[in-house]
Design a protein around this ligand. Structure first.
Ligand SMILES: NC(=O)C1=CN([C@@H]2O[C@H](COP(=O)(O)OP(=O)(O)OC[C@H]3O[C@@H](n4cnc5c(N)ncnc54)[C@H](OP(=O)(O)O)[C@@H]3O)[C@@H](O)[C@H]2O)C=CC1
Length: 280
């Protein structure tokens, strides 16, 4: 059972990944971004999730440097994720994209590098690039994002190394039960993006009732539900009180019945694009 903010899950290559990190999607370069990353590290977060397409890797890098300094911890104590964007998928272009991300972040390596979207006809070459970066020791772990079961099956047929992580949209309205089971069976760690459904679930009455019972917020109930399902979470907030709130999910436990009630909220409803039907 996950007990504290700095607890980790062990990926199939034995790398340890924190169960909880901060996401920074849609946070533009500038002081708000730098502060969010710094504040998260100050409050004990040890994982940061960004992507080339967010166009904020430079600010994330500054936030990391300042956060490490203020918290008095080393780079090795932090887990940093970025993602290669669709237009860069390809062998050489993916390697080049990795270099660019490192440069922008001001880092010498990433803990996790992901293929952002499963662009047909492109993700296998990109995966070979990730495998080589990994084999050369230039990235600690590699994975994918927005991959459905059939994408994973297809990739694994050609792959030498199995993805360590699959980061997908997941929240109580989109529980992805089959994908979760598939990932578990194959030793692929599932990670939830938009775990709070971008803030759209926070008024839900069913969740509010459970929250009241535990004297917690709806956001905390959802995040706890993920953790108890063995899913890594990266909620985004730029506000200090919410950054603290979202990390305060290690001192209570949902009952089996409560877990089931939340599972039953599933409607296969997405806030983001469909990985089987996107055109970017
Ligand atoms: N791989 C992929 O394709 C994708 C990955 N991601 C990653 O996942 C991360 C999280 O997903 P994201 O889409 O940002 O959405 P989230 O589900 O994390 O929701 C973020 C929204 O909820 C608000 N919020 C956060 N905490 C609370 C709280 N405790 N109470 C009330 N409101 C709250 C935030 O506002 P405020 O900041 O004002 O607090 C923000 O508007 C991203 O930042 C990104 O790193 C996201 C989308 C796609």
């Amino acid at each position: 059972m996950v007990k504290k903010l700095q607890d980790t899950t062990t990926l199939h290559n034995d790398v340890k990944m924190p169960w909880l990190g901060i996401g920074v999607f849609k946070v533009e370069e500038g002081p708000e971004l730098v502060n969010a990353v710094k504040t998260a590290i100050k409050h004990g977060y040890r994982s940061v999730d960004t992507a080339a397409i967010y166009e904020n890797e430079e600010g994330v890098g500054i936030g990391i440097q300042e956060g490490l300094k203020e918290a008095g911890i080393t780079r090795e104590e932090l887990f940093v994720t970025s993602k290669v964007w669709n237009s860069d998928l390809g062998y050489e272009s993916t390697i080049a994209a990795y270099e660019t991300s490192l440069k922008k972040l001001g880092l010498e390596y990433l803990d996790l590098y992901l293929i952002h979207w499963p662009v047909e006809g492109k993700y296998k070459d990109a995966w070979r690039a990730l495998e080589n970066l990994y084999k050369e020791g230039r990235v600690k772990s590699i994975g994918v994002s927005n991959f459905q079961i059939h994408h994973l099956e297809d990739l694994m047929k050609a792959a030498e190394i199995k993805p360590m992580v699959n980061q997908v949209e997941r929240h109580p309205r989109l529980t992805k039960k089959e994908l979760q089971a598939f990932c578990k069976k194959n030793g692929i760690q599932l990670e939830a993006w938009s775990p709070l459904m971008q803030g759209q679930l926070l008024e839900n009455e069913v969740l509010q009732k459970i929250a009241d019972k535990h004297n917690k917020s709806v956001a905390q109930i959802i995040l706890r539900w993920d953790l108890q399902h063995g899913v890594v979470i990266i909620p985004k907030s730029t506000k200090e009180h919410r950054i603290i709130e979202n990390a305060n999910v290690f001192d209570f436990e949902l009952t089996k019945e409560e877990m089931q009630i939340i599972d039953d909220l599933n409607q296969n409803y997405r806030v983001g694009p469909d990985p089987d039907n996107f055109d970017f």
